[in-house]
Design a protein around this ligand. Structure first.
Ligand code: UDX
Ligand code: UDX
Ligand code: ADP
Length: 480
């Protein structure tokens, strides 16, 4: 029986290994992590991450061929294939601070693998890492040579949160990069055989190590670039009276462009896009490619601009002051169907409004009060660092309350901001919400999920990203 061990039971490691276990009953999969609470949660009825369909997959395999353990060294020593899916946070100090990936966790995982191994192993990079990481890892692994053969592969994960199970079950492609040596190719074939249990062969792409590492950064940069492109257009739409949804539809009909990932929004979030682009920018800079670095940096800058622009719209529409006004924030997760708040645009929007002394009442169906307060207290990039660096007991925010109901959040509010596109926000009784709000009642739809005309009929003053402006909003705008 082939044994797989995955170091890191996070958003990537957990679901990916669960899918491998489900599709390969003849393989034993152990997911290990240094975090005891995380492993305890994976072994309980309350999994540590919310992902549609994940519960069923985990329950079908757990204790059969899928195990979660904190006994990292034992399981690494026993495995034939070791996936490494540990955090690679953005550095917050030192060289490359604010851009470069911090490989501390990766390095310590690699050193541990080298120390405990007694048999040949394939070590697979699963977390997104800077190009050429494999080379560094290879050096660490082979340095303590005890006659053990290590083969390094890069197998970046392309799953998106909220659709992880679907993406894993039917991936657009699986990418495996390896050394072009006989040993490297043998390792590639061994990993290919794992995925071939359920992924059609023509979807399993094999490349050299560096192409695989760079493809992951490139794919995320391209996806984020589409969002920044449509968001840049949304600003122009608002100025010209065009409708960004109509523009996106017309543009997306061109088969060379395609319709996906063209939804204008308050900004992209998530653990990957910004981080990976900043990392790409850093790699370009290190290679003397200033213009290329500058090109990709713009994608992040437009994203920051879009979040700031949203806050400015809110403040200027409400007579240039939100001081002491209650504003409901509907949605805090970085997108729907996840409880993940990493780099969510909600954090920047809330900070912007709090800076103008608004009173926020926040509701998200999947994010706890503790998490929201911790996020609002955290410094940029701290979310990916160990828990002891993060604020443990969130400082009391007098201006923030977190509630468990959209009607409660909007009661007596002056304005409502939709930050996450949760389906339930489309189905709310907006007449009831309007009746219970201060007048004039404002709605700022950061996700274009609401029916603007219907809301205007009720009496709301409505702003929706990239849509023709409400005459009211237009008259009150300062320069955006
Ligand atoms: C373009 C648009 O495609 C068309 O829809 C619009 O109506 C007019 O402008 P055109 O300029 O005729 O059409 O040619 P196109 O095939 O788009 O190529 C434009 C340039 O891009 C060419 O120099 C081409 O060589 C280059 N190109 C295209 C690349 O360098 N790489 C590519 O992948 C595609
Ligand atoms: C992304 C990539 O899609 C995935 O392939 C990679 O493995 C990890 O990073 P994820 O961050 O989970 O996945 O979510 P994604 O669906 O890509 O959304 C990222 C952000 O972009 C979200 O905040 C989302 O709301 C936003 N978005 C997405 C838009 O604003 N408009 C769109 O059209 C699409
Ligand atoms: P991702 O989104 O890439 O999956 P996460 O931050 O969700 O990243 O998960 C990474 C996991 O890796 C965390 O649970 C962390 O505790 C774990 N981890 C980090 N370093 C090690 C290590 N040396 N050994 C075992 N687990 C580790």
């Amino acid at each position: 029986m082939v044994k797989i061990c995955c170091i890191g039971a996070g958003y990537v490691g957990g679901p990916t290994m669960a899918m491998i276990a489900l599709k390969c009953p003849n393989i034993e999969v152990v997911v290990v992590d240094i975090s005891k609470p995380r492993i305890a949660a994976w072994n309980s009825d309350e999994l540590p991450i919310y992902e549609p369909g994940l519960d069923e997959v985990v329950k079908a395999c757990r204790e059969k061929n899928l195990f979660f353990s904190t006994d990292v060294e034992k399981h690494v020593a026993e495995a034939d294939i070791v996936f490494v899916s540990v955090n690679t946070p953005t550095k917050t100090r030192g060289l490359g601070a604010g851009k470069a990936a911090d490989l501390t966790y990766w390095e310590s995982a690699a050193r541990m693998i080298a120390d405990v191994s007694k048999s040949d192993k394939i070590v697979v990079e699963k977390s997104t890492v800077p190009v050429k990481t494999a080379e560094a890892i290879e050096k660490i692994l082979t340095h303590n040579n005890k006659g053990i053969n290590f083969q390094i592969l890069s197998n970046p994960e392309f799953l998106a949160e909220g659709t992880a199970i679907e993406d894993l079950a039917k991936p657009d492609r699986v990418l495996i990069g390896g050394r072009e040596t006989p040993g490297g190719q043998k390792a590639v074939e061994a990993l290919k055989a794992v995925y071939a249990h359920w992924v059609p062969e023509d979807r399993i792409l094999t490349t050299n190590l560096w192409s695989a590492e760079l493809s992951k950064l490139a794919a995320n940069a391209f996806l984020a670039q589409r969002i920044s492109s449509i968001n840049a257009m949304s600003a122009l739409c608002e100025s010209t009276g065009a409708d960004v949804s109509e523009v996106a539809y017309a543009v997306g009909k061109d088969s060379r462009i395609g319709p996906k990932f063209l939804n204008a929004s308050v900004g992209f979030g998530g653990s990957c896009f910004q981080k990976d682009i900043l990392n790409l920018v850093y790699i370009c800079e290190c290679n003397g490619l200033t213009e290329v670095a500058h090109y990709w940096k713009q994608v992040v800058q437009i994203n920051d601009y879009q979040k700031t622009r949203f806050v400015k719209r809110v403040v200027s529409s409400m007579f240039n002051t939100v001081s002491g006004k209650k504003i409901a924030i509907l949605g805090f997760a970085f997108k729907k169907d996840t409880g993940d708040t990493r780099e969510t645009p909600a954090i920047d929007v809330c900070h912007g409004l709090l800076g103008d002394k608004a009173l926020l009442s926040i509701y998200d169906p999947q994010v706890t009060e503790d998490q929201i307060k911790r996020d609002l207290a955290m410094n940029k990039f701290d979310w990916d660092h160990p828990l002891h660096l993060q604020p443990q007991s969130p400082t009391a925010f007098k201006q923030v309350s977190v509630v468990w109901d959209a009607y409660e959040a909007t009661k007596d509010a002056h304005g409502v901001c939709i930050i996450t596109e949760w389906d339930e926000f489309k189905k709310l009784d907006y007449q009831r919400i309007y009746d219970n709000m201060q007048k004039p009642a404002f709605i700022f739809d950061g996700r274009n999920v609401l029916n603007v005309e219907a809301l205007r009929k009720i009496g709301f003053v409505v702003y929706s990203i990239g849509k023709p402006l409400d005459p009211w909003v237009k008259d009150l705008q300062v320069s955006i």
